[in-house]
Design a protein around this ligand. Structure first.
Ligand code: 48H
Ligand code: FE2
Length: 259
């Protein structure tokens, strides 16, 4: 077959546009492609929900690639291992009683692959810059090219409609921040506001994560590190079991809500 350069371009543009148009209106829109967002998307897609995930960066996986301080290993506890090895098939080696270690490259790439195969439509290089709110309920996301954001160009965004939104943007809880900025102290936290992350304490941080994984504004759920940041709980360092458990938990909560 003689290759035609224009046909290659046309194939890319048309296939991408078809998928984008098909995902303008979804069940669940996820902001952030770290471990919690990917796990949430995986479980929701596996259950038959239509899911779009938007990630600002070129690479998916958030803070998982780098392990701890660039030592590319991650630690999970037994409950986390049940997901990492049991669900995703990533090798976990017991280093010491109850402390399992996985290769961060294998873990991140595998979770990403499983999420895609389960049906999560991942759009990388797209940032969430705002939300849509109708009658005090989140009804979708406002998105723009990450390159537009980085260049500081004045280019208006586009919108995605969804029945539920997950803020899985990590430490910065960027989606919840937008809601707080625009709606005032109306979050479902103790103060109605983002309470801010507390210092490193692996045990406490992991223990509080599932309870903090919840709806924080009608139709807006938090997962992963954003959950602890929003609710004023501790960070936990490079232990990633909680992120996966939080992703599964938020998926369960949304399935319950959406039916
Ligand atoms: C599009 C965005 C936007 C935006 C951010 O940081 P992450 O890995 O988040 P989690 O919660 O899945 O995992 C947290 C974990 O990586 C971690 O940091 C831990 C365990 N820390 C403990 C500690 O003590 O430090 O991924 C979030 C992703 C990133 O890829 C961002 O680029 C992306 O979200 N993102 N994408 N639009 N507005 N904001
Ligand atoms: Fe972190």
């Amino acid at each position: 077959m003689k290759l035609d350069d224009i046909k290659i371009s046309k194939a890319i543009i048309e296939e991408y546009m078809d998928e984008l148009v098909d995902h303008l209106d979804v069940d669940v829109a996820i902001g952030g492609g770290g471990p919690s967002g990917l796990a949430a998307g995986y479980y929701l897609s596996k259950a038959g929900f239509k899911v779009s995930l938007f990630e600002r960066k070129l690479s998916i996986g958030g803070g998982m690639w780098g392990g701890g301080m660039m030592f590319n290993k991650i630690v999970v506890q037994e409950a986390g291992r049940e997901i990492l090895e049991g669900e995703f098939g990533v090798d976990c080696r017991e280093h010491e009683n109850g402390y399992y270690v996985a290769d961060s490259i294998e873990a991140t790439s595998t979770i990403c692959s499983k999420a895609c195969k389960a049906g999560v439509k991942i759009f990388n290089l797209i940032s969430i810059e705002d939300v849509m709110i109708r009658d005090e309920r989140i009804t979708g996301l406002v998105i723009n090219w990450a390159a537009v954001e980085m260049a500081g160009l004045h280019i208006d965004p586009l919108t995605i409609r969804s029945r539920a939104v997950i803020d899985a943007t990590g430490h910065d809880c960027e989606i919840v921040k937008v809601v707080e900025d625009k709606m005032g102290p109306r979050l479902m936290t103790e103060t109605g506001r983002i309470m801010g992350e507390k210092p490193m304490w692996a045990d406490k941080g992991e223990a509080s994560l599932l309870e903090n994984t919840r709806e924080v504004y009608p139709n807006l759920f938090v997962a992963g590190m954003a959950s602890n940041a929003v609710h004023g709980s501790h960070r936990m360092g490079p232990i990633f079991g909680g992120m996966l458990l939080s992703g599964r938990r938020v998926a369960e909560l949304i399935m319950e809500k959406l039916g």
